[in-house]
Design a protein around this ligand. Structure first.
Ligand code: AMP
Ligand code: MG
Length: 416
């Protein structure tokens, strides 16, 4: 027997099949998927990382009343150029301690930072700028309103402070608390099932015979979901067996809002994820024009979106970041959020052919984007080395050191 000659077009697609550009697959996800999580009320202490279900409206202004920004002396009307003397009234205004009286014209009152401005005060002179005896003396000019904060200058009561879909941050809790909100209505956490497929895949730390590998994807994907504020549902590993996979998908669909699988997503004999989704008639798209991670099975299983990620951990992670992250955010009520990229100079050289978008494992050092030495998608160590991705466009490019490239830190995908 003689081996068949290698064909020039061995990487070509079957006739009539087109690669789906990344943007087209993203547009499809964005158009087909919608919010699935119901609202629930939680106290502020449980609100970080949750998705706001409705607009948050300020119950109170911030600041609630005009107050002093400094320690000093309050009076009315500002002061022109030159020397000024004012008589001091008895008493003082401090944070939380109202000055009940009225400060007459030509008088000043002792005020401390955060004190509500007494009646008759709209200007404060800094204590460091004042000589004090029986009254106070200082030099102008001082604008009316100097060293004070207007009521509501930050937020007016009744204003929307945070919009529905907001993924609440620690700073948001400060804002909500300041405007009088002690509880907020957020979306129930999205539940996402994770399962690994492949006869060769064994439990990390377990006995691994020749030809077997440890399941690297499941711990990674579950950890990513946790960072995103979702509830991961660990559905374990399934062998390359169609019946077993079918029943595991059934169980996953019953207990979760969406399903992430890894492995078995191409069109090979043992690629049962794509086969089952195709059989269910609910396969949306696959063969994404992207590197790494071209086999991606996007389908529905009993009403739940399934992201059939590639088995390769590098491809699985990149596909999860690029596709699953925004899509799950949409299901969770965040709306569609594209990762925020930054243009930075490249510290590397690379030529790329047209046709596929490429994501390189990258990190920033000395203000330039470095990429991992090997592009091999089996190099898990490169994922660990990286702190983000460099995204190269679908078309051909020749990147030279110093050229601007698009860098997407892990943080822009909601990791970290
Ligand atoms: P597949 O997409 O099933 O053809 O798998 C592609 C490659 O990824 C193969 O080398 C698999 O052994 C490997 N792989 C699949 N699943 C996992 C996993 N959970 N952890 C680590 N490697 C995997
Ligand atoms: Mg496999």
């Amino acid at each position: 027997m003689t081996a068949p000659p290698l064909r020039n077009d061995c990487f070509a697609l079957p006739p009539g099949v087109d690669w789906t550009p990344v943007d087209k697959a993203l547009a499809l996800l964005r158009e087909r998927l919608a919010l699935v999580t119901s609202p629930e009320a939680v106290p502020l202490s449980a609100a970080t990382g949750r998705v706001l279900a409705g607009d948050a409206v300020a119950l109170r202004s911030n600041p609630p009343q005009a107050n002093s920004a400094v320690d000093g002396y309050g009076f009315s009307g500002g002061a022109g150029e030159g020397a000024h003397r004012l008589a001091l009234v008895e008493g003082r205004a401090a944070a939380g301690l109202l000055f009940g009286g009225v400060v007459p014209g030509g008088h000043a009152v002792r005020v401390l930072t955060g004190a509500a401005l007494p009646e008759g005060v709209d200007t404060v002179v800094l204590q460091e700028d004042v000589a004090v005896s029986d009254g106070i003396a200082f030099h102008g000019p001082l604008k009316r309103g100097a060293n004070t904060r207007r009521a509501g200058e930050d937020v007016a009561a009744g204003a929307v402070v945070l919009e529905a879909g907001r993924l609440l941050t620690p700073a948001d809790l400060a804002l909500l608390a300041a405007v009088g909100l002690a509880q907020v209505t957020v979306r129930r956490r999205l539940r996402v099932a994770v399962l690994s497929t492949g006869d060769e895949v064994v439990e990390p730390g377990g006995a691994a015979g020749p030809g077997q590998i440890f399941d690297a994807n499941r711990p990674m994907l579950l950890a990513m979901l946790a960072r995103w504020g979702f509830e991961g549902v660990d559905m374990g590993r399934v062998a390359d067996d169609r019946a077993a996979l079918r029943s595991r998908l059934d169980a996953a669909a019953a207990g979760a809002d969406a399903i992430l699988t890894s492995g078995g997503a191409s069109a090979g004999d043992e690629d049962h994820v794509s086969a089952l989704l195709t059989e269910a008639g609910a396969m949306q798209e696959w063969r994404i024009a992207m590197k790494p991670g071209r086999p991606l099975a996007l389908g529905m299983w009993q009403g739940r979106p399934v992201f059939g990620l590639p088995g390769n951990p590098v491809a699985a992670m990149v596909s999860a970041l690029v596709f699953a992250r925004p899509a799950l955010g949409l299901l969770a009520g965040e709306g569609w959020r594209a990762p925020q990229g930054f243009e930075v100079p490249a510290a590397f050289e690379k030529r790329k052919k047209p046709g596929r978008r490429e994501y390189l494992r990258a990190r920033i050092r000395d203000g330039r984007a470095e990429v991992f030495a090997s592009e091999g998608s089996g190099r898990i160590s490169g994922l660990s080395w990286a702190e983000g991705l460099v995204e190269l466009p679908d078309g051909a490019v020749h990147v030279r050191p110093g050229d601007g490239v698009r860098y997407l830190p892990w943080g822009s995908f909601g990791l970290l």
